[in-house]
Write a protein that binds this ligand. Structure first.
Ligand SMILES: Nc1ncnc2c1ncn2[C@@H]1O[C@H](COP(=O)(O)OP(=O)(O)OP(=O)(O)O)[C@@H](O)[C@H]1O
Length: 244
């Protein structure tokens, strides 16, 4: 289990991006982090992956304090992160990235499995260079596939996996998450605004203004969120759309 204990992140210029975040990300469950744009979700993911270092608080993985570990050390210990906006690597192929994640040479069967999970044909993509020639959705799907290929994952973090991927791949991804969340000794953390992803969460955490606004079991949190969303819809807009 990953535990975030009173995490704060303040920029050198003084802006406090995250404030006093205390959170548990349990194994064998899917935790979905949601909340308004600019609330701090990606910042939180970066703190977990070691891409940013907290200025307050600590992170513990299975009771071990990992706060000072850098990104490479965390990756080595199974913390795997799929970026909101995937990074491009000139010269590296899809196969290279998958093999780096899996930490071994991969046969076509496994490459096919990982790429198939995100709706890509392995034969077509395995030798493609992961550069700007890939479309946004292709890049995103390859990024997700590398997290699926990760060897000895302890926690897999997906930042807005739904962004830019088509409906077929999205439906597949929902199935992948449903499978992943049952894996023993592994935690799944997904940042998302998507109702279909929220619907399969075990736990939901709402981050707004850099703080945890609410957290708990999906059965309790999701109906509240949906009711709030409905209540916040602009009445004028509703009238206009009804008047047609
Ligand atoms: N390195 C940085 N320098 C300055 N501001 C930053 C930095 N990183 C994050 N922020 C600011 O912190 C706030 C939280 O950003 P973050 O990307 O974590 O939000 P988010 O909840 O993931 O948003 P979205 O839903 O739009 O992806 C935003 O106002 C963002 O502009």
């Amino acid at each position: 289990m990953l535990v975030l204990d009173k995490i704060g992140w303040q920029l050198p210029e003084g802006d406090e991006i995250l404030k006093n975040i205390t959170l548990e990300v349990p194994d064998g469950k899917m935790t979905v982090v949601t909340g308004p744009n600019g609330g701090g979700k990606t910042s939180l993911a970066k703190i977990i992956a070691g891409l940013a270092m907290p200025t307050e608080g600590r992170l513990c993985l299975d009771g071990e304090d990992i706060t000072s570990w850098d990104m490479t050390e965390r990756a080595r210990h199974g913390i795997s992160y799929a970026f909101q906006q995937p990074v491009r690597f000139k010269g590296l192929t899809v196969r290279d990235l998958l093999e780096i994640a899996a930490e071994e040479k991969l046969g076509m069967e496994r490459i096919c499995r990982y790429l198939g999970e995100v709706g890509l044909c392995a034969e077509e993509y395995v030798d493609r260079v992961v550069d700007a020639s890939l479309s946004g959705g292709e890049g995103k799907r390859i990024e997700i596939a590398t997290v699926l290929a990760r060897k000895n994952a302890r926690i897999r973090v997906f930042d807005e996996p739904e962004a830019g991927i088509d409906l077929w791949s999205f439906t597949n991804l929902i199935e992948v998450f449903q499978r992943l969340k049952q894996q023993k000794g592994e935690a799944l953390l997904v940042i998302s605004h998507q109702e279909r992803i929220l619907e399969i969460a075990d736990r939901i955490v709402v981050i707004a203004g850099g703080k945890v606004r609410t957290a708990g079991d999906r059965e309790i949190i999701l109906p509240r969120l949906l009711a709030e969303e409905k209540a916040s819809r602009c009445p004028q807009k509703q009238e206009r759309s009804c008047a047609k």
